[in-house]
Design a protein around this ligand. Sequence first.
Ligand code: CP3
Length: 359
Amino acid sequence: MTHRPDASAAPDAATLSNSRFLKALRREPVDATPIWLMRQAGRYMAEYRALREKRTILELIKTPELAVEVTLQPIRAFELDAAIIFADILPLLAGMGLGLEFVQGEGPLLHNPVRSAADVERLTVRPPEEALPFTLEAIRLARQALDPLGVPLIGFSGAPFTLAAYAVEGGSSRSHERTKALMMGDPQTWQRLMEKLAEAVGQYLKAQAGAGAHALQVFDSWAGQLSPADYRTHVQPYSRRAIAIAKEAGAPVIHFGTDTAGFLEDMRDAGGDAIGVDWRIDLAQAWERLGDGVAVQGNLDPAALLAPWEALRARAQAVLDQAAGRPGHIFNLGHGVFKTTPPDNVKRLAEFVHAATQR
Ligand code: CP3
């Protein structure tokens, strides 16, 4: 089987819309199950570490030519069916007025976290071309490089809740105490914060589609920290609003979260052409609950990529068995690639998913 069958033909917009990935998002039959991996670009690749050696991650993100180069690295190395623009969810918060820094070995820091109504008021929602011009330019440049390869491009944003968690905590957190304290203790301020984030996220996603992204993924990485009732009351309306604005540009949306088994139907009802699920729920069970109105993305445990090939292959096969050839499966991990992942396992995984699902 030839990978990327459209690649020889100088693909135009029409052939790209026939790519496996975009077809699967429309739940159409495909010649083989498409695969891409969250965090497919990054430190597990020597090519990335080489570029990153002399620069910070923010320099890579803010220099469109370098962001495009990193976007292409996993596309050149592996049989992946979609590229994801190299960026991060946190520059959006910087664009709203928070100071952002990635501290080596410590993760992200947001310098003036949002803890009060006054803090929420000083957050600004600016046009994306003003707040995040570098990623929109990277998308335009990436399309020029990817179109001849026949590989579609994914744009992305954090979801309002996951961004609120970083904005309130001032960085990464295990328990999200401050975030929940604000949500539960001052629901009015929470609502105002989430309204601003929904608007900023929606406009940013819409602008990415306008710049050329074929599909958009919303990362609600920390939604699973919430009770189903809190998700429904304090998160779902804002995810729904952000996705509705994003959809104005016409591109399909993948709505991803981790640990979402407690409120999967509510997450689906917030919107998204595809729902991304992690390994804490069986894919078949998730699919049954989601119904056949959405595509399903997932859900291999990223730790499986650290195992010897035979063990990895068996776990990848188990995911495919649960998908059972239903149209609309997009193979992915349940969360991002670990930086200790052997690149050869990514290579073999992508080849295996294509070979094992050839139709
Ligand atoms: O998927 C891709 O290849 C695109 C790139 C991408 C990055 N971040 C680059 C990155 C994507 C899709 C993200 C999303 C992101 N960023 C999320 C949502 C997805 C998830 O994993 O839940 C979150 C929560 C973030 C926030 C973030 N960015 C953290 C917590 C960190 C530090 C973690 C660490 O390992 O240091 C980052 C930094 C970051 N973003 C790296 C990369 C490749 C680390 C790279 C580096 O330091 O060079």
